[in-house]
Write a protein that binds this ligand. Structure first.
Ligand SMILES: [Zn+2]
Length: 313
């Protein structure tokens, strides 16, 4: 029996969860933030009440908006280095969605996937008459933290901050011209302007990206305040694409009967193991426990192989 602690996964597998890509905008692949992964792993396995569902969908919507922005940014082919999904701490903790480093400027972009009609009035944002979080306050806080970090290294590139409302249904009444806000209808023009000014980047810009990367608070798990036990959770395997549990056994693969996606069994088991460590960061995983976690849908030989492979990486 192979017993594996969280440490090897932390070192080998978990590190994959936090990969933020800083490159020239090619083959961009945004890893899901740990918050989204944790809620997804829980949602499949336990019952969520209305409040928990709301939080889960909000995180998922947020990530979908970021993913969409990532695709658009990639399409524009702007030479840049990127740092995605950073949690930074400098007395206060702040979240930075996208830091796009171009030849002439650093863009701090906060992506919001809000839908519907919002009103701005006397410093506050409202939806359906209810006060909502002020995205500009969050943006300013993120700007301050990033500014301090860059000054510390004497990095002189100017920072431009924007909140990008990616959802085309989002409307804001009371928007003021000097607000650092880009609506979806303005996004193409905004990115075209950036592209026009941007020339090729060099080592200096990659080093800035690596520096911001190194300042990140990397979390291996988050506290959702949701209580659960291993015993009380549903076990099984789920489609990575549509989250359906209708997975048909096809020798080395599983195929999803809902969306027809095929996935290698070893990949599904690896993801299941990652989810286990997300939800139980202090527990050991054995080949038989991993098999149980997968609803006994795979062999112990395979779960053992997956654990060994990741240990040896
Ligand atoms: Zn599916």
């Amino acid at each position: 029996m192979i017993a594996v602690t969280k440490d090897f996964f932390k070192k080998n597998v978990f590190s994959l969860l936090y990969v933020s890509i800083y490159q020239g905008g090619k083959n961009m692949h945004l890893e899901k933030p740990v918050t989204v992964k944790t809620y997804e792993a829980l949602h499949k396995r336990i019952y969520f009440d209305q409040k928990q569902k709301k939080i889960y969908y909000a995180f998922r919507m947020g990530y979908e908006g970021e993913w969409e922005f990532g695709q658009i940014l990639e399409e524009k082919d702007i030479p840049h280095a990127l740092v995605y999904d950073s949690e930074l701490e400098n007395g206060i903790t702040t979240q930075l969605d996208f830091v796009v480093i171009t030849s002439h400027r650093i863009y701090l972009l906060d992506i919001k996937n809000h839908s519907g009609i919002y009103h701005y009035e006397k410093g506050d944002f409202f939806k359906n008459g209810e006060k909502s979080n002020n995205p500009l306050t969050q943006l300013n806080r993120a700007y301050d933290v990033l500014d301090i970090l860059l000054r510390r290294k004497n990095i002189k590139l100017p920072i431009e901050k924007k909140v990008i409302f990616i959802n085309p249904t989002f409307t804001l009444y009371g928007n003021e011209p000097d607000f650092p806000i880009i609506l979806r209808s303005q996004l193409d023009d905004y990115l075209a302007k950036i592209k026009l000014q941007a020339s090729e980047i060099n080592d200096y810009h990659h080093k800035i990206a690596a520096y911001i990367e190194s300042c990140k608070v990397n979390r291996t798990h988050i506290d959702t305040k949701i209580s659960y036990t291993y015993e009380s959770m549903a076990k099984g395997i789920w489609c990575d694409n549509c989250h359906s549990d209708k997975m048909q056994d096809r020798h080395k693969y599983f195929s999803c009967m809902n969306c027809q996606q095929f996935e290698l069994k070893s990949d599904i088991v690896t993801k299941s193991a990652r989810e286990f460590y997300l939800l139980f960061p202090n527990e050991k995983l054995t080949s038989s426990k991993l098999r149980d976690w997968c609803g006994n849908r795979v062999s112990r030989k395979l779960t053992g192989k997956v654990l060994t492979k990741n240990q040896c990486k």
